[in-house]
Design a protein around this ligand. Sequence first.
Ligand code: SF4
Length: 324
Amino acid sequence: MNDTQAPLLVVDRMTKHFPLGKGRTVHAVDGVSLTIDEREIVGLVGESGSGKSTFGKALIGLHEKTGGRVSYRGEVLPQSYAPSDFRRLATTMQMIFQDPYSSLNPRMTVGEIIGEGLRLHSRLSASDVRDRVADWLKRVGLSPDYMSRYPHEFSGGQRQRIGIARALIMEPEFVVCDEPISALDVSVQAQVVNLLEELQQGMGLTLLFIAHDLSMVRHVSDRMAVMYLGALAEIGPAHDVFFDPKHPYTQILIASNPEPDPASERERRSASISGEIPSPVNIGPGCRFAGRCPHVMDTCRSTTPLLTPLADAPDRQVACHLYR
Ligand code: SF4
């Protein structure tokens, strides 16, 4: 996109909290701001429990937002979606889910699953829906003859292809891919990633690609955002974040990445992240990573670091007092 074009999506200090009662609150997403340009792929990484999936679901209305706002093509989206909002936005935003086993209704045929959105949200005739479903089965590398079969008759990789067809048949502009390969055998992960890349380029899609595998995210994404305990630790061009991470959490996360990049330009370091990600309940002031950070200073425990552009690389932002 050129420099004067407005971002497709603007997320401004979005929060998603889950009250637990007795004054306790889970701060699953806590003031996240980012923009996504048209046709851009932003990879979102972080440990389990960092709030990545909750963020993705709140972005497209599957969770009610607690605070902040999300704008799409300049339109501020509702905090809580009514059925009419889902209908209106079905051809704009879609989600590809993590688990192809639980996200497909086992009592529906593949044709019913893939065509459901069109039946609900378009005026196409039944035969036109059927033709579109057959076309999409071919586009994701499956036979149109599979239309009358049920999800249990397919492998994990095939089910994820069905999930991709179900989302993309609506011809959305923006898709949240929520760990789309993490439930699949390693042998088919690359095939599904290649399929997503092909479709992204062919359809001009904009993607938020949530994943654990940093090498793969580096490979497919334009920018990489790193999330820790509900907040962004770092964001920047994917290559730069991967090969020259700035935030101590990103450095440890990348050094302990279980899937080293086969064409690595960087020597894999032997560091590993220690301890569990802390509870997101009633988070206090200071840096969220202070309890695990090898560089922690006194100020880190009292003052929350803000996501700030680096002086020598303004396209990169880091939330750490080391870069003040
Ligand atoms: Fe570590 Fe302090 Fe930076 Fe947090 S702000 S990552 S504790 S150095």
